[in-house]
Design a binder for this molecule. Structure first.
Ligand SMILES: NC(=O)c1ccc[n+]([C@@H]2O[C@H](COP(=O)([O-])OP(=O)(O)OC[C@H]3O[C@@H](n4cnc5c(N)ncnc54)[C@H](O)[C@@H]3O)[C@@H](O)[C@H]2O)c1
Length: 259
């Protein structure tokens, strides 16, 4: 039986671990080819090896990419296009959070670094990938924002600002493609706390069980999310099941934003 994303060729940033790896696993399991791009090349290669062992040679490939570097974007996309014989999906997932503190404590350097990794990445990815997606329509761009891009707190000014920027940039890209009559959709995904290494600093402070319980208590559904739950969202948005959805924000947050 054909998978839900059979024939799709998806470029995933931050694919070495966490949500990027989870989305790549979910997409490969449903028939897609995936290109894993990360600043951590050995990590991306490990995931690619795992997927090729499981789903057959040629399923996955890995690329060195710092998502803030335009030349590296151009080179990685070109290499992935050659390896997969096309690119029809882009998942802008690579992102960082930093120990920020309040707006008065945060250094300009850290603010700029978070903005650059989280926002320049989405801009550069779309800027340089659209020409490939245009040759492989229907195309889909999935931008991983955060619930922190919709709801602010008092301790993460850069993360809040960067993820809010991803939210509207994602809509801008969707409208741009629609205006150009390209069948390329662009949507943002807004997870709440998901069980990935990004939560390790908090686990370090409170211990794993207490940290996860603390976070879970903030979620109406009473728990943090699983990486596979973001994987399932990515499969839906990359697949043609979401063919009329563009410029939308998909919250995967156990109900937090409904409060
Ligand atoms: N896990 C969560 O709770 C959560 C919640 C909301 C949003 N998010 C977002 O989801 C995305 C993935 O998060 P995660 O939890 O998997 O984090 P993670 O830290 O586990 O993984 C991030 C990946 O991005 C890569 N990366 C970092 N900087 C990079 C750069 N400059 N260029 C290329 N790759 C780079 C890392 O090497 C790593 O493989 C991020 O954008 C994050 O903000 C995560």
């Amino acid at each position: 039986m054909a998978g839900r994303v059979q024939g799709k060729k998806v470029f995933v940033t931050g694919g070495a671990q966490g949500l990027g790896a989870a989305m790549a696993r979910a997409l490969a399991a449903e028939g897609a080819k995936v290109a894993l791009a990360d600043i951590n090349l050995p990590g991306a290669e490990n995931i690619a090896r795992e997927l090729n062992d499981k789903h057959g040679a040629g399923t996955a490939s890995a690329y060195a990419l710092d998502v803030t570097n335009e030349q590296q974007w151009v080179a990685a996309l070109e290499a992935a296009d050659a390896a997969m014989q096309g690119i029809s999906g882009l998942i802008n997932n690579a992102g960082i959070s930093a120990r920020e503190g309040g707006v008065e404590e945060l250094s300009l350097e850290t603010f700029r670094r978070v903005m650059s990794v989280n926002v320049d990445s989405v801009f550069l990815g779309a800027k340089h990938a659209i020409k490939y997606l245009a040759k492989n329509q229907p195309g889909s761009i999935v931008n991983i924002s955060s619930i922190a891009g919709l709801i602010a707190n008092h301790t993460s000014p850069a993360y809040n600002a960067s993820k809010a920027a991803v939210w509207l940039l994602s809509k801008n890209i969707g409208l741009y493609c629609a205006k150009k009559q390209l069948n390329i959709r662009s949507n943002s995904v807004h997870p709440t706390f998901i069980d990935t290494p990004i939560l390790d600093p908090l686990r370090g402070m409170f211990g794993k069980a207490e940290a996860e319980a603390k976070l879970g208590r903030q979620v109406p559904m009473g728990r943090i999310g699983k990486p596979e739950e973001i994987g399932a969202t990515a499969v839906f948005l990359i697949s043609d099941e979401s063919s009329f959805i563009t410029g939308a924000e998909i919250k995967v947050d156990g109900g937090i934003s409904a409060m």
